[in-house]
Design a protein. Structure first.
Lengths: 493, 421
């Protein structure tokens, strides 16, 4: 019998519908992989009973002829989504033991579509990080290893590092991610999988622990483009509980998938050609251009002149919003409370927040507090918002001469755990290609395109016009079909 | 011009007063959540996940609260800003679950407007005076700490957390406690006419931050102090009197007034310092990224305007035109219930002057003796019509008696129909 955990979401869905296997068999196979992969530390909480219950329901629904879009598909849930009755931590000590009595809109949509939950996936604390080294519950380890014979543990990317690691290691066929400044795309690139951040507002933010409200956006991560389309269809949709939610119908992205790019124009932003960039990244980008030409697209050079200001602007706006969003973790109503003997309210705040937040979270709260404070607000926050507007205008102008933009997802392949933790700026630079699309709220995805000389996966990024997830997915599919990325990890854990 | 002055050792001092009135918006639901807002409910029974700031919760503006604030703005002839935005005011306190209050600093919903206080010779207001209103913005109320529930701990009640408030900011246009008192009363009257706030100061639906400074007539404004959360007209006037005297004495003894926030203690009738400007919070205001800018279209504004009732000034002018005395017109229009009742009486055919005399003397006198309110007993227009008939019998108003009877029969039929449906 084939290993069910090698199947994609579409294959599980279709095979289950055809009666090739039961949903219970699928859930049990993935749950066994989850249970056997503690060394990767991808999950904070495992919930095989949830996956099994959904699978039993899926099998019953098949018998009754009432199958749903994701019946029989078990998935992983990033532990930033509130799940009713299941601990939700944002990978922080602050929320350790916190069990919400509500379900996030996105996770509820997935359960309504028939999916089951294998567990809550590890992440960077409050989604702040690019290597999954800031989790209170320990680093997530990438299943990938360099082909140098060494055993160096590699970063799975971040902040959705539990999601990327689990999918690459076949612990789940798909997972949810969230992307504030690359947190879906960069980990997807690091682990040889696909992931899409849709247009800001496509997926409801209700019930997702907030990092930076104007940037946070949920999206799927999976092994291929089709699975991303299927997942996204079942995550997106207008939600009256989120005032920034897009009131638009959800297209049938899967049905409209097409890798024929005749008549389409692909823009190559010249400002993304960084000096001294890894030659493997450059070669992959060139190969990607050739693949899209082969798919029928015309390729033109475009200019996004304010690109170099994107990262500084992002690291003002995101921390500013975070400093305010995380004020609610104060020890008063839920989560950690550290109340030293004889302490007053201020002491309780100080002790709780000192103990509950990790160093990276504290760093960003301090940066955010600083840039919003009287006397600095205009110099930092106002200026950053102006830059954000200019970056949006860059994209609007560029999309007059192209339909999608092609660029690398990250400036390097996965790095070793601990290699960048001493230098926050080097860590932040990882997001240099991802952040502009986040600031502009545009749909963007990463697809695996090549292996570098160390045998590690590299990802190509496609950025599209607002609301044009279809254009992004189609260009991603064209690359996927031509890149022939079949490399997968050897199980060592 | 007000002739109110503080007599100091160095001469007369003028008092300059500005008021920030916080008025709770009459609405069944909070500003950004669906939770209820009734006064006096058991602690923490009117708290949604949003009000408690649970992880991942998001605010969604309540259209009715916005509508009430816009109608209030229209009632004070203010500029309505079709584009406004919410900002976060960040500070830590146990009664503030989000760690920030959603307010409007940079782009308020309502801009410049004004109201007019009536002349009151006895109170030292020789002629009507226009008081400028700088802005009205909407914001969330905080919860309430309870310090008497436990020997060493404080409890928090979040029922008020997230309730919609209008902050109505006057210009520093008032010059005496009497003017400030008249302003609060007039504002309260307008709010109650509009129906945007019940004006109930005892229940905290309306409270004022009182800004006071003193100067020698003709000088620049002095340094002001702000006394927070004053919850009656009498206390507002007492705060101004006390604070003005304190400032004059301080300056004349060679001291300087410091810009600070003060608290009023009604038991001792004195204010005391809460925090000075140096200790003032840095609120780190910035636009709330969970909310889109508020954009109002013409249809919405037209509906707001069309739904406004006749306001006190217009009503008073109409009564005066009917020959009703200035005193009676003022008394009849001050409270919306009395005005409505009187209008129902007129509608039923009562003669204006005689009816006004009867209502202000006999009816009000009788209600006073019984310790009752006009809304308690005979507040319904139908009941008003029956009383009108009684009036006509007693005073021989001699009007179209039949018309009133016909209308009464129509109303009875309508009531029967309503009961059936």
């Amino acid at each position: 019998m084939t290993d069910l955990t090698n199947l994609t979401v579409a294959q599980i869905r279709d095979g289950h519908r055809a009666g090739d296997f039961s949903a219970v068999e699928v859930a049990e196979a993935f749950s066994a992989n989850v249970a056997g992969a503690k060394a990767l530390n991808a999950f904070i909480v495992e919930t095989p009973e949830h996956a099994l219950a959904a699978a039993k329901q899926a099998d019953a629904d098949r018998a009754a002829g009432t199958l749903k879009p994701l019946s029989g598909v078990p998935i992983g849930m990033k532990d930033l989504f509130a799940t009713n009755g299941v601990q939700t931590t944002a990978a922080s000590h602050m929320l350790e033991g916190f069990v919400p009595r509500y379900e996030s809109t996105v996770s509820q949509k997935l359960w309504d579509a028939g999916a089951g939950m294998l567990g809550k996936l590890n992440l960077d604390q409050f989604a702040m990080g690019s290597s999954n080294e800031t989790s209170y519950f320990g680093n997530v380890i990438s299943p990938w290893r360099r082909k140098d014979g060494g055993n160096a543990a590699l970063a799975p990317g971040g902040s959705s590092g539990g999601s990327s690691s689990a999918i690459a290691a076949r612990l789940c066929p798909a997972a949810t991610g969230t992307d504030t400044g690359g947190s879906i795309r960069q980990p997807a690139a690091f682990t040889g999988i696909s992931g899409i951040k849709p247009t800001y507002g496509r997926c409801s933010r209700w019930g997702i622990v907030a990092f930076a409200s104007s940037l946070d956006q949920a999206g799927p991560m999976a092994r291929d483009v089709r699975d991303c389309a299927i997942m996204l269809e079942n995550m997106a949709g207008f939600d009256p509980k989120d005032a920034t939610s897009l009131d638009l119908p959800v297209p049938d992205w899967e049905a409209a998938l097409s890798s024929d790019l005749k008549g389409k124009t692909v823009g190559i932003p010249k400002e993304y050609r960084l000096e001294g960039i890894d030659p493997d990244i450059d070669a992959m980008w060139e190969a990607g251009i050739a693949m899209l030409k082969d798919a029928g697209a015309e390729v033109v050079e475009i200019s996004l002149p304010h690109t170099k200001y994107a990262l500084p602007a992002y690291y003002i706006i995101a921390p500013a919003e975070a400093s305010s969003n995380l004020a609610r973790y104060d020890g008063v109503r839920y989560g950690l409370r550290d109340l030293p003997d004889g302490a007053g309210l201020q002491d309780m705040y100080a002790a709780t927040r000192a103990d509950g937040f990790g160093p990276e979270v504290k760093r960003r709260i301090m940066i955010g507090t600083y840039v919003l404070s009287a006397g600095f607000y205009d110099a930092y926050y106002t200026q950053a918002q102006k830059v954000r507007t200019l970056i949006s205008r860059d994209f609007t102008a560029a999309f007059e001469s192209c339909d999608v933009i092609l660029a690398p997802t990250a400036p390097s392949a996965a790095f070793g755990l601990g290699e960048k933790t001493a230098d926050p700026l080097a860590m932040y630079l990882n997001d240099v290609f991802a952040v502009p699309a986040s600031l502009a709220g545009l749909p963007a995805m990463s697809v695996p395109a090549a292996l570098n000389r160390e045998g590690l996966p590299l990802g190509l990024q496609i950025i599209g016009r607002a609301f044009d997830e279809q254009g992004v997915l189609n260009a991603g599919l064209a690359i996927e079909e031509r890149a022939g990325f079949t490399a997968r990890v050897e199980k060592w854990w | 011009m007000s002739n109110y002055t503080i007599k100091g050792e160095t001469g007369d001092w003028e008092v300059v007063i500005g008021l920030e009135v916080h008025a709770q918006v009459t609405s069944n639901a909070k500003l950004f959540s669906g939770a209820a807002t009734a006064f006096g409910a058991e602690p923490n029974t009117q708290v949604s996940l949003v009000d408690a700031a649970m992880p991942g919760m998001l605010p969604v503006p309540n259209r009715e609260c916005i509508r009430q604030a816009v109608r209030t703005g229209m009632a004070i002839d203010a500029q309505i800003n079709k584009w406004s935005r919410f900002d976060r005011k960040n500070y830590f306190y146990a009664d503030l679950p989000q760690g920030y209050q959603i307010s409007q600093l940079y782009h308020p919903l309502v801009g410049e407007g004004s109201l007019t206080i009536e002349a009151d010779e006895k109170a030292g207001i020789p002629e009507p005076k226009r008081i400028g209103i700088e802005r009205i913005h909407v914001e969330q109320d905080a919860g309430k700490l309870m310090h008497d529930q436990h020997p060493t701990m404080s409890y928090v009640d979040l029922n008020r957390s997230g309730v919609a408030l209008m902050e109505i900011v006057s210009r520093p246009d008032m010059r005496s406690p009497a003017e400030a008192g008249a302003y609060v009363r007039k504002l309260r009257s307008i709010l109650r006419y509009v129906g945007s706030c019940d004006g109930n100061m005892e229940e905290g639906s309306m409270r004022a931050d009182v800004n006071v400074s003193v100067r020698k007539p003709g000088d620049e404004f002095g340094t002001r102090t702000e006394t927070k959360n004053v919850n009656s007209v009498r206390f507002v006037m007492a705060v101004i009197e006390g604070e003005a005297k304190r400032q004059v004495e301080l300056i004349e003894r060679g001291g300087t007034v410091v810009q600070e926030t003060r608290l009023y203690d009604p038991d001792r009738n004195e204010t005391r310092s809460m925090r000075s400007k140096e200790d003032a919070h840095d609120y780190r205001y910035f636009p709330d990224p969970d909310l889109l800018p508020l954009e109002l279209d013409d249809a919405f504004l037209d509906e707001c305007r069309a739904s406004l009732p006749e306001l006190p000034d217009a009503k008073r002018a109409r009564y005066l035109a009917e020959g009703i005395s200035a005193y009676n017109a003022e008394v009849l229009t001050a409270e919306v219930e009395a005005a409505r009742w009187f209008d129902a009486l007129l509608e039923a055919g009562a003669k204006p002057v005689a009816a006004a005399n009867w209502v202000t003397s006999e009816l009000f006198g009788a209600l006073n003796r019984l310790g009752r309110d006009i809304s308690d007993s005979a507040g319904q227009p139908g009941a008003g019509r029956r009383t009108a008939r009684a009036c006509r019998r007693r005073h021989d108003f001699g009007h179209d008696r039949q018309a009133g009877v016909r209308k009464d029969a129509r109303n009875r039929r309508r009531r029967r129909r309503d009961r059936r449906s």
